[in-house]
Design a binder for this molecule. Structure first.
Ligand code: ZN
Length: 368
């Protein structure tokens, strides 16, 4: 295959991380340390509402009166309006200059915290920053505490959000969006439902197989991808995919997968998956898995491997969700898929539209 320049230069990674069981307990003392130099300011916590009643986790944060906890609904993926509401609330309460913002949850919660951090210092509305390098100044110091593994949101330079006005699903792609610190504590993923653990974890696997099968490549992206895939394989072919050691491995796979995708591109799977999300509202990680079952033609080896892991872990993947849609829905699915030119070029070359004709795209969706 012809290897092309990714065009991505001078890559930024997360500055600091802690890892291991119990590392969440260290967060409050680290924040205390930062207060010594940055003043006695409050911390804003964005926490997945899943943890709302979870005393044993919340107590570890040692939240004080000057701090603010905001529980985030993760029922839907973030919209620009939803993010603007949080920012407005913080501005109204005069909380624009906190010590830090902590995003504790899955991809949705971590992405919301990134966006709010940028908006507090840059001003304006979320939609103004959807695109590449539009964020002008550094955001509020931010820390991610992932409680789901796979999306890689803890490592990437974007935060996915949908603008309901124009249907645009695009993040704030910026070096300023990268977290300053992450805390990888695998005890936090022990209560994730099995199927969700599988779907989310597979996002890392899928990012990396797409990257490795593409033309835009570089040596470091390939290394991140290869190791992330190895870890996913270990986890999803083992007897207990949620053992303590496997949860730690998947947390690392997610981080490395995020680093990989920060220097490369996805391929055919994510554009189709985005189609399902935009038109049918299917959640990102589940949508990827549904698409995988229709990808034998493009990724034959990975398709077989994926199927074997689904069977091994006895995970139910819905089928037939696109079998009987209206013509207008198929049309929308086609448009929402083919719009992703960069990943499709990465996977299929400049002539991707001759491979993915409208008939072909619809035929593939009908297999899902
Ligand atoms: Zn993804």
């Amino acid at each position: 295959m012809n290897i092309l320049d990714t065009g991505i230069k001078n890559v930024r990674n997360v500055s600091r991380y802690t890892i291991g069981e119990g590392s969440l307990k260290g967060l409050s003392s680290q924040l205390q340390e930062y207060r010594k130099t940055r003043g006695d300011k409050g911390v804003i916590y964005f926490i997945d509402e899943f943890f709302k009643g979870n005393k044993s986790i919340l107590e570890q944060l040692k939240v004080s009166a000057i701090d603010e906890i905001i529980f985030v609904s993760t029922e839907n993926e973030p919209t620009t309006d939803y993010i603007d509401c949080f920012v407005e609330k913080l501005r109204n309460n005069n909380l624009i200059d906190p010590l830090a913002i902590v995003g504790m949850g899955g991809g949705t919660t971590m992405d919301i915290a990134k966006a709010v951090s940028n908006l507090l210092t840059n001003g304006g509305k979320a939609a103004e920053y959807q695109g590449w390098d539009l964020v002008k100044v550094k955001g509020v110091f931010k820390i991610a505490v992932p409680t789901l593994s796979g999306t890689g949101a803890e490592a990437t330079r974007t935060c996915v959000m949908t603008n309901k006005l124009n249907g645009l699903k695009l993040g704030m792609n910026s070096d300023y969006t990268v977290y300053d610190q992450i805390i990888m504590d695998p005890t936090l993923t022990s209560t994730v439902p099995r199927s969700q653990y599988f779907f989310t974890g597979m996002d890392a696997f899928i990012h990396c197989i797409e990257a490795l099968n593409g033309s835009y490549r570089n040596a470091i992206g390939d290394s991140f991808s290869t190791q992330s895939i190895n870890l996913c394989r270990d986890v999803f072919t083992s007897e207990d995919m949620m053992s303590a050691n496997n949860r730690l491995k998947l947390m690392v796979a997610s981080y490395l997968g995020g680093c990989a995708i920060g220097t490369t591109y996805v391929g055919v799977i994510h554009p189709f998956s985005a189609g399902l999300s935009v038109v049918l509202g299917t959640r990102h990680c589940l949508a990827n898995c549904i698409v995988m079952f229709a990808m034998e033609e493009f990724y034959p080896d990975e398709y077989s491997e994926f199927r074997a892991m689904v069977e091994k872990q006895e995970i139910f993947i819905p089928e037939g969700i696109c079998a009987n849609l209206t013509d207008s829905q198929y049309e929308q699915l086609y448009k929402a898929t083919i719009i992703h030119e960069k990943p499709l070029t990465n996977a299929l070359g400049n002539n991707f539209k001759s491979i993915l004709s409208k008939e072909k795209v619809i035929e593939i969706f009908k297999k899902m």
